[in-house]
Ligand binder design. Structure first.
Ligand SMILES: C[S@@+](CC[C@H](N)C(=O)[O-])C[C@H]1O[C@@H](n2cnc3c(N)ncnc32)[C@H](O)[C@@H]1O
Length: 259
């Protein structure tokens, strides 16, 4: 049976690629991905036929991967982070469901997860996802803004830690400000906010700020924006003779037991 691996390669650094994903890439003859993701794989792409497709060509990328696998080539369809989170895996199943080709039913599909941007960002600052959380994409290219706004409002009222993916792009510059305004109606101005840009990549930058000080003009499409819940805290630890380090965590309630 022909094989299609649907792979999340993590946030960028190859040390964060799972061994299972690495093995699947090694076993593939053909790799299908947006160019940046192929470049991040470095030497792992050597000797493979790379099918590089631009952003915005997601449907043809997923079709191409299914066609290549159906033709007998062991193929990997690749996204960064987790391919099941705001990425290509769902499109593969949507195509199989709504516009299938007969030959695709013979493809053995295996989905391999990766470390998502929100997990990578959380790990850099401590444990902000320690209690109930959700992820919301601010891209209204495929989802109506009314739906996104409703979800932000419910998440704000439910006091979830929120990870905003796709917060800003060249064509979408107002959604993050709107999200901030909604959150400020339910959450303290001092709520911790984490901006993780290009996490694990060469130009990584992590900023810890507050909801009130969050400046959407400082955010771009390579940034993950995480808003703490009403109990999230910033903790400063100063090791002897070393500079202070700021951590962010969201308590789970153990303090009642720590007496
Ligand atoms: C189309 S979504 C893909 C998410 C990806 N599948 C994941 O699980 O991380 C793209 C958004 O993910 C976030 N993102 C992905 N990789 C990132 C990284 N290395 N550093 C910061 N944010 C990242 C950004 O918010 C970006 O706009």
């Amino acid at each position: 049976m022909s094989k299609l691996y649907v792979i999340g390669t993590g946030p960028g650094d190859l040390n964060w690629l799972t061994p299972a994903a690495k093995q699947a890439i090694e076993q593939s003859t053909d790799l299908v991905a947006y160019g940046l993701y192929l470049r991040l794989l470095g030497e792992l792409t050597e000797g493979k036929t790379c099918h590089e497709q631009d952003l915005g060509e997601e449907i043809s990328r997923a079709r191409n991967a299914l066609d290549l696998a159906a033709s007998g080539k062991t193929t990997s369809l690749i996204s960064s982070g987790d391919i099941g989170i705001f990425a290509m895996a769902t499109l593969v199943f949507e195509l199989l469901d709504t516009s299938p080709k007969a030959e695709w039913s013979n493809v053995d599909i295996e989905v391999l997860p990766g470390i998502s941007a929100m997990q990578a960002a959380a790990s850099r600052v401590g444990a902000p996802l320690g209690h109930d959380f959700c992820a919301i994409s601010l891209s209204d290219l495929l989802t109506p803004w009314e739906t996104i706004e409703k979800r932000i409002t419910c998440a704000a009222q439910g006091d979830f830690v929120i990870s905003f993916y796709n917060p800003v792009s060249k064509k979408r510059d107002w959604q993050l400000q709107k999200a901030k305004d909604i959150l400020l109606t339910c959450r303290p101005a001092s709520t911790p906010v984490i901006l993780g840009r290009n996490i694990t990549r060469e130009t990584e930058a992590i900023t810890i700020t507050t909801l009130e000080a969050l400046d959407p003009t400082q955010v771009d499409m390579l940034t993950l924006v995480m808003i703490g819940n009403s109990e999230s805290k910033v903790l400063t630890v100063t090791p002897e003779g070393k500079p202070s380090k700021k951590w962010v965590y969201t308590p789970r309630g153990y303090s009642k037991k720590l007496v």
